[in-house]
Write a protein that binds this ligand. Sequence first.
Ligand code: THU
Length: 159
Amino acid sequence: MKELRWETKAEVYKVDELPDGYKRLYDKAFEVARDAYAPYSGFHVGAVALLDDGSMVCGNNQENAAYPSGLCAERTTLFHAGACYPDVAVRVLAIAALNEGKRVRSITPCGACRQVMIETERRQGKAMRVLLCGEKEIYLIAKTSDLLPFSFDEKSLKE
Ligand code: THU
């Protein structure tokens, strides 16, 4: 028998400690959260993908009366980036949420979004950093794979 362990590290910043580039993403993630279509939950999530060429691609959650038909902000954003910039790597994905209009503490992406985030990272062959933006604290994770260790991937499909 052997034991395996996974470790997840995050840097935790206060808003006023954030380096300039990240502060821009932080502000933008809250800004795009406002435009989410979330009439059922009242929980508005925004995401911003900073690409290798400096472009920013934004998205937010889009709900539907048939609940499972809606989509989270993270996947809306990464699919938007994948559709418009298929060959440009995503360097940072910033995520922020407003509950009934108020900034909340940093949220962490759901499992399905992590699966999509991880495939984005694998596909581009470069780390995608994740910035979880809270009202007071911000978590910076150096690579998406840290958020979903032991994940399912395309290798299993070929076995
Ligand atoms: N949601 C996101 O967009 N991202 C997350 O990381 C967590 C949840 C959305 C889905 C749904 O529209 C609403 O927030 C409440 O779960």
